[in-house]
Design a protein around this ligand. Structure first.
Ligand code: THU
Length: 126
């Protein structure tokens, strides 16, 4: 599974986005150490704060299926179907990724591939 393939899976997942309030569709594709992929989309709610981001949807799907070791996540987001601009994961999602991944987790965006540590250089851990 290369970065481009992972991005395509994230774009496909964005089709399931439930984003009737923001109109912003987000998709993610999370690659496990054993090369399984869990996809996710954002799922909004009339009670706005209950919205779940696409990245956390994918992480929670994976962890609930017993997978906790990840090597990459691709994320795309757009309000007009053009996924060519990078969609940087929000701080909440970075913190959730940080729970399971080291700072070297690959974050594949439309423009280039980053690492978790690029966006979250200092992390909260207990
Ligand atoms: N969103 C994500 O899915 N991931 C992020 O990292 C940031 C924001 C979603 C939440 C909401 O449905 C929409 O984008 C607009 O904020």
């Amino acid at each position: 599974m290369n970065d481009k393939e992972l991005l395509r899976l994230a774009e496909n997942a964005a089709k399931n986005s439930y984003s009737c309030y923001s109109g912003f569709k987000v998709g993610s594709a999370l690659l496990t150490d054993d090369d399984s992929v869990f996809t996710g989309c954002n799922i909004e709610n009339a009670s706005f704060s209950l919205t779940n981001c696409a990245e956390r949807t994918a992480v929670f799907k994976a962890v609930s299926e017993g997978c906790k070791n990840f090597k990459a996540i691709a994320v795309v987001g757009s309000s007009d179907g053009d996924f060519s601009k990078p969609c940087i994961p929000c701080g909440a999602c970075l913190q959730v990724l940080n729970e399971f991944c080291g700072s070297d987790l690959k974050i594949v965006l439309a423009d280039k591939t980053y690492k978790l540590g690029d966006f979250l250089p200092f992390t909260f851990r207990l």
